[in-house]
Design a protein around this ligand. Structure first.
Ligand SMILES: C[S@@+](CC[C@H](N)C(=O)[O-])C[C@H]1O[C@@H](n2cnc3c(N)ncnc32)[C@H](O)[C@@H]1O
Ligand code: SF4
Length: 397
């Protein structure tokens, strides 16, 4: 299977306008990996490469494996009405965007479902106008409605979640969701044609579970007509009771923090995935020409595919670099490094500047703890999506 890195020059050839911004982000991540700054008085803003904006906890779907609204989702606690009152205002976001713009980070807007934040359109436009690379991760059910404004405003990339061909996708993500996404692609393609614009770059993200893993090629076949640029297969975030218990104890001892987010990924949707069969499907996807790039995260050696799902306690990536080049701003203004796990809070953008938080004492305490941990990661990071993207590949995996 092709290494993911092999697709980067292809993206660059196809989208020259954005290549410099992406390259700058990658270069800073590369620099962070090669020369991580363990000097805790360092100005980490210099290496800020990626800022995630989780702008709303609300969602219109209930995808079964989701850590927020799925079977074990942490949002299903009945406090959503209270949470919504805490949303960050557009004006405050603009101030933060002004502050981070000189560092030229890639921005990644997500949620919940980002289209349920009332000011998504002006926020994304503000970022684009500032010259930032703006990517949005959505369930795609609002694309048809907003296609005209998205293309007009030249969003850089949209990552649309679609997990399988219609029947299986709808079993995972909700009835009617597949067709709504397909109508969204059609609307975006129409608008791109009308305006003769290559933007946004369109990507599907497919989360692999035991519900869809044998049917991935059906989706890939169907996607030929979606006008895509990229299709990412995300092998999924999973954990188990043992890992959760170890992480709880570790975070309490090292960072005085009680965690409650990791357990939402103890869904069991990794169970009984036959690694050989999945690898054969992935091989076929990478060999075939669907008219767009295929990327798997993480890429694994063929014989290790079963390990990823059957032995969650075996690390496949380590030495996470996230705290040295990225961070997430939660919908309530809290800043935390681990996008899916808002447990250890660095500060809040409603009352503090971004720089103060990112270079602050709590951020440095986290950096120190992860640096001093075995393998440069915590026990709970074993299948974390960010670690799969930005961790160091362990030899043999
Ligand atoms: C939580 S969603 C938020 C954005 C938007 N609502 C969406 O679905 O794209 C972010 C991404 O996480 C994916 N996801 C959901 N459950 C997951 C899991 N257990 N492991 C890995 N990714 C997951 C979603 O499919 C989506 O691509
Ligand atoms: S649409 Fe996104 S946030 Fe909503 S339930 Fe599905 S994966 Fe979770």
């Amino acid at each position: 299977m092709k290494e993911n890195i092999a697709v980067i020059p292809v993206i660059f050839r196809k989208f020259k306008g954005l290549s410099a911004k992406m390259a700058y982000g990658f270069a800073k991540m590369g620099k962070t990996r090669l020369f991580p700054k363990y000097d805790y008085h360092y100005n980490h803003m210099k290496n800020l490469a990626l800022v995630y904006f989780n702008i709303t906890p609300l969602c219109n779907l209930r995808c079964r494996m989701c850590g927020q609204w799925g079977d074990k989702g942490k949002m299903k606690n009945g406090r959503i009405a209270e949470e919504v009152k805490t949303l960050v205002s557009l004006e405050r976001y603009k101030k933060i965007v002004d502050e981070i713009t000189p560092c030229h980070p890639v921005t990644y807007i997500w949620g919940g479902e980002p289209f349920l934040y009332p000011d998504l359109i002006p926020l994304a436009k503000y970022m684009v106008d500032k010259g930032l690379y703006v990517s949005v991760n959505t369930n795609g059910t609002f694309l048809e409605e907003y296609a005209e404004r998205i293309v007009r405003d030249r969003w850089s990339t949209i990552f649309v979640s679609l997990d399988a061909f219609e029947e299986t996708n709808d079993a995972m993500r909700g009835k009617g969701s597949y067709q709504r996404v397909v109508r969204g692609f059609e609307a975006i393609n129409r608008e791109k044609k009308n305006r003769n614009s290559p933007y946004p770059i369109m990507s599907i993200v497919t989360t692999v579970t035991n519900m869809n893993y044998l049917a991935l090629d059906q989706l890939a076949e169907a996607s030929r007509s979606f006008g895509l640029d990229i299709h990412i297969f995300n092998l999924g975030t999973y954990t188990n009771d043992n890992i959760v218990a170890r992480q709880k104890q570790y975070m309490r001892e090292k960072l005085d923090t009680d965690i409650d987010c990791l357990a939402a990924y103890n869904t069991g949707y990794n169970l009984n995935i036959d690694g050989e069969k999945l690898h054969a499907v992935l091989e076929k996807l990478h060999r075939s020409d669907y008219g767009h790039l295929i990327i798997t995260v993480p890429t694994l050696n063929p014989e290790k595919t079963h390990t990823y799902y059957a032995d969650l306690e075996t690390p496949v990536r380590n030495h996470c670099i996230v705290p040295w080049c990225q961070t997430n701003i939660n919908y309530n203004g809290d800043v935390h490094f681990c996008a899916d796990y808002p447990d250890y809070i660095l500060g809040n953008i409603k009352t503090q500047s971004f720089t103060e938080i990112y270079n602050g004492e709590r951020a440095n305490r986290f950096r120190k703890a992860i640096h001093e941990s075995e393998g440069g990661m915590f026990p709970g990071c074993l299948r974390c999506y960010q670690n799969m993207l930005f961790g160091r590949k362990i030899k043999g995996y």
